[in-house]
Design a protein around this ligand. Sequence first.
Ligand SMILES: [Fe+2]
Ligand SMILES: [Fe+2]
Length: 333
Amino acid sequence: MNSPCPKNIVEKVTEVGSLPQTLAAVLKVINNPNSAADEIADTISRDVSLTTRVLRMVNSAQFGRKRKVTKVSEAVIIMGINSIKVLTLSSSVFGMVTDGEFFKKCNIKRIWRHLIETASNARAIAEEIGYKEPEEAFVAGIIHDLGIILMLLYYREEYLEVVPKMGTDKEGIESAERSIFGLTHGEVGSAMTSAWKLPSNLTFVVENHHKLAADIIAEESALNNIVALADRLTIGPFENYAPDIEKNIEFVQSACGALKLSSEAVNRIRKESILESIKLAEYLDLDIGDILDILTEANEKLAELYFSLEKIYVEKRNLQKRFRETATEPVHH
Ligand SMILES: [Fe+2]
Ligand SMILES: [Fe+2]
């Protein structure tokens, strides 16, 4: 197969001309530092379907609060210009792929579910650790795998070759992508978010959410690590994508350490996220699949996790036992 060249991919994907007209107009107003909040609201309001999606997103980000937001102008004030910008853009991305023909060969329901679960987990983690803007974490969760959606939109045939590689070669998503495209969904997504001039901490998350960031810039690494952990607590975006469960446990433990989050809290968030995501999907009017299937799969995943943890525990105990035995063995001269 002739793989597209990385530079062309980024150029093609970030071409602003490929954005719908309203979105281009919204982007122009939003990126102008002199734009007033009502001017932004006004531009969004001109497009009925965009307005509906933005309000749905805002209300789901506000999920659990008593009052429903019904006007874009209100939404801009509540969420702040930066979040509105991201929500507008990500709802446009959701909007781009409502066309059923587009995703016949891949399970889009699973991708939506992955994004929603990640967003809901990210907000719960943010709230738990007292991160200053839980909504920002929610938005970052929605947008973190933007690169996957863009690659499926513009290079679907090629990207569908990446999908089976994630499982069979046990390479993981990023190295499977690199072997076919020469770049990862994080790089594609962050090229897009930089072109959209999204806040730098969001671009950082889009690019780096598969690793834990050390404290390069405290602010950005906190948001990145929140989303990185949130991402690992969900089902992956593809059936084939199944990172090694023991490595996953290790990753979750380091993330908890970095974020100073207890394992009890993580387990609670993990459990709550399934129901929360089902509710969120209903709210956003996104089809994430059959509820019974989702619950069954969640149960299987928890059982798998339990057995792995038990295995690790037994290994650790045997190791300690052997260590004690060697330590107490008499030394012969
Ligand atoms: Fe990702
Ligand atoms: Fe992800």
